[in-house]
Design a protein around this ligand. Structure first.
Ligand code: GTQ
Length: 347
């Protein structure tokens, strides 16, 4: 199969004649459409928290959370500028909620995750329940669920937002509603969802309500303690160290239908074998210090830094300290569609 067929004057004239009919020859674009392997516009990149934090804080005096609806600085992949994407299929942003502020209740077709970077005790409300948030907590807003954020603490809170905005955009399936009041009524006690669904127990007649986990805060303290217990086995994966996925306890599947989320521990001195997969991945350093090589791009990271590996780029981590990485990708979507592939070791 020729990558791109040669263009003769006769062919050019033909293309020009069919152009007004909104037609174009496949053989001119075939090679670009159906590539032998993924060819992403997405680039490896790192946002160092120390470098971006001043702008996030400055946004706090520029506009209120209420006026902005959500006061967020979008992390745009350098290869995808102007598209509000950190990878081809996913969005990321840094959201700031100042003490005393409220980000008013709304709901939308997009699913959202929050990964807390800074601050203590601000909250988000989902399904009539408020959850207080701490650094490292992974919090979910299911699609079409009312959600509002507030900060009754005395310090700013910053979290990473991960949304499936580009996926919803691709399907032209976006809807949004505003509740018309700042905060949804709170009808359940703090911690109810975690107690009800997240303790290895489920209500006896529970049936999964929709595709998203009924647990909407996975506190870091618990996830981190689990990793610490499991490390005693010394059972390290050559490509991942010790890598766990967040799970929907009602189904055993990913916690969110469109976004896979992961937490991994890399012990001091560990170097992972090169690994690649078709799900471009956003990483956040929670603890430790290390270096990740993505293709020929090496990025040094420390806590709160955010970096991205495009689809099918070889990834290798090397850590100077015990390190914990949170990550997210579109893997659940690719798996459902039969598209997901990985290549261990010989990438
Ligand atoms: O907190 O609901 O970063 O609706 C982008 C869109 C956050 C949110 C974002 C949103 C939100």
């Amino acid at each position: 199969m020729a990558d791109t067929a040669e263009e003769t004057p006769e062919r050019r004239a033909f293309y020009d004649r069919i152009d007004p009919q909104n037609m174009t020859p496949l053989w001119s674009v075939m090679g670009a459409l159906i590539t032998p392997e993924p060819k992403s516009g997405c680039q490896p990149h790192i946002w160092r928290y120390d470098e971006v934090r001043p702008a996030v804080m400055e946004s706090g005096s520029l506009i209120s959370a209420k006026e902005a609806e959500r006061r967020v600085l979008i992390l745009e992949n350098p290869g995808l500028r102007g598209q509000s994407r950190i990878t081809t299929s996913l969005y990321a942003g840094l959201q700031l909620v100042m003490p005393g502020e409220v980000a008013p209740a709304h709901r939308h077709s997009q699913s959202a995750l929050r990964f807390v970077l800074e601050g203590h005790g601000a909250h988000t409300a989902v399904g009539g329940e408020r959850t207080l948030m701490e650094p490292g907590d992974f919090v979910i807003t299911p699609n079409w669920a009312w959600h509002d954020h507030g900060n009754l603490s005395d310090e700013p809170m910053v979290w990473l937002d991960g949304l499936d905005i580009p996926i919803v955009q691709f399907f032209d399936a976006s809807f949004v509603e505003r509740l018309g009041q700042d905060e949804q009524p709170v009808s359940r006690p703090d911690g109810d969802a975690l107690a009800r669904y997240g303790e290895g127990l489920l209500p006896v007649d529970h049936e999964a309500q929709g595709p998203t986990s009924p647990v909407f805060n996975y506190p870091y303290e618990r996830s981190r303690a689990a990793l610490e217990t499991m490390r005693r086995t010394g059972d390290w994966d050559a490509c991942h160290g010790l890598k766990m996925r967040y799970v929907n306890p009602a189904t055993g599947g990913f916690a969110m239908p469109t976004i896979g989320t992961f937490l991994q521990l890399l012990p001091k001195g560990f170097t992972t074998q090169r690994y690649r997969s078709t799900d471009a991945t956003v990483f956040v350093c929670v603890e430790g210090e290390g270096m990740t090589t993505v293709g020929d791009h090496t990025m040094k990271w420390r806590p709160r830094d955010i970096f991205v590996a495009p689809s099918w780029y070889p990834v290798s981590h090397e850590v100077a300290e015990d390190s914990v990485l949170f990550s997210y990708s579109d893997r659940p979507v690719q798996e459902k569609l039969g598209l997901w592939r990985e290549d261990r070791g010989n990438a």
